[in-house]
Design a protein around this ligand. Sequence first.
Ligand SMILES: Cc1cc2nc3c(=O)[nH]c(=O)nc-3n(C[C@H](O)[C@H](O)[C@H](O)COP(=O)(O)OP(=O)(O)OC[C@H]3O[C@@H](n4cnc5c(N)ncnc54)[C@H](O)[C@@H]3O)c2cc1C
Length: 451
Amino acid sequence: MAANEADVVVAGGGMGGLTAACSAQEAGARTMLLEKAPRIGGSAAASGGTIWCATDLEDWLSVQPGGDPALGRALIASFFEGIPWLRRQGVDLEERSVDTPYRFRRVIYACQPDAATAMSALADRFTAIGGTIITGTGLRDLLLDDRGTISGVRALGPAGFTTVTAPAVILATGGFQGSPELRARYLGRWADQMVLRANTYSTGDGFQAALRAGAATAGPFSRFYGHMVPAPPAKVGLHNFAAVKPDFSEYAVFVNLHGERFDDEFLGDEVTVHAAAQQDQALVFLVYDEAIRAAYTAPRSDGRDARADRLQHIRAAGGEILEAPALPALAHDMATRWGVARDRLLATLGQYNAAARAGDGAALPIPKSGGLLPIDTPPFYALRCLPGITFTYGGARVNEQAQVLDTSGRPIPGLYAAGADVGGIYTRGYTGGLVLGLAFGRIAGHAAASV
Ligand SMILES: Cc1cc2nc3c(=O)[nH]c(=O)nc-3n(C[C@H](O)[C@H](O)[C@H](O)COP(=O)(O)OP(=O)(O)OC[C@H]3O[C@@H](n4cnc5c(N)ncnc54)[C@H](O)[C@@H]3O)c2cc1C
């Protein structure tokens, strides 16, 4: 293949891009993968490597209210077909029983020995069947002919700008969470304050190139996949995101700087992060007591509890946890150290405890759907948090063939998306990240190869 010409160009070498590239090359297209970072893998290589999804549409829609059933069906079907396909590419997958509770039945496949090895296996397979990988070279723009059909890409590499002609392009650059400016523009005023818990290269290049080519957007833009993280001075990064996740928060109380609750904590911190990003300075505080600490954060003797040692990890990372013998003393410390409105906080906690004792979460101004425990066993604790973002839910609008649609709903000929560059799949909850790359990468790769 000439260095500046291909049948399919894939932008991005993470889960979506590598899957799409292998699928397109396997289907007979001369495929070139451009990766902006010095090496392939993206967030996928740093991930936990558990590939999972809901097993049926009804379950999926229960966490994605108002989701597009056609996209949900395509996601689930391509996930199930994708597992044996991944194994055929040389990825070692272990089917896991699900011993951590979730909101519906899940099937989980864990990359063996880890996700980085799985991404290397995909890259090796792609080059073994004739594909080309160019690292250190990022998509800058899409090229279109006079009829608005894709004709190639413009990319920036170590030697400057280069043009690759191709009738089909697959965007798999991993979303726009790496750009504080785009986060603030699309996710809300304080979203630039969020902590990035993903690779640093996914700064919205695919999404912005699609918009310039006339793509429609698909939200929700106020939602994203993320988790709470301890706020600075805590040092968090790819090495410890999972360990410092305060995933006992369903049983505790989140308040903002004004001392007010802002969401139903029982939905899980992967959902409360959305509302947290809208709070003043995006700063939020998790308040809990000794009973919650002992029941939900202490290591279990059999070592099987995923939440084990959370607080130890948070402290080791430099996270700030206040401890006090009584709630008024805790509120005083939170006010003087962190600027939380003390009187309002005490009123919020008083109201919360009354609802907990009455077992009536619906009576709260912001109802709580479960996990309602009175905060009344000393000592009392507070953890200062920021929302962390892993990938954005908003992006380019696609149909179930992974074709990017323009603002009148017509496919932009030759343009496809996979992974987090796809918008409009998830509406609220989280039903897997790698699966978005696997499922839509396979669909996009096959479709692009036939252009
Ligand atoms: C710590 C952590 C743990 C996780 N654990 C899990 C898990 O266990 N299970 C799960 O399902 N999900 C998990 N995820 C989420 C999962 O990793 C992502 O959802 C998934 O990797 C998204 O795939 P993607 O291809 O869209 O993006 P990525 O895998 O991030 O790949 C995007 C690639 O595009 C490249 N790129 C960016 N801009 C350009 C450009 N202009 N041109 C060319 N290339 C570009 C980036 O460098 C990157 O390599 C985890 C994420 C993190 C950070």
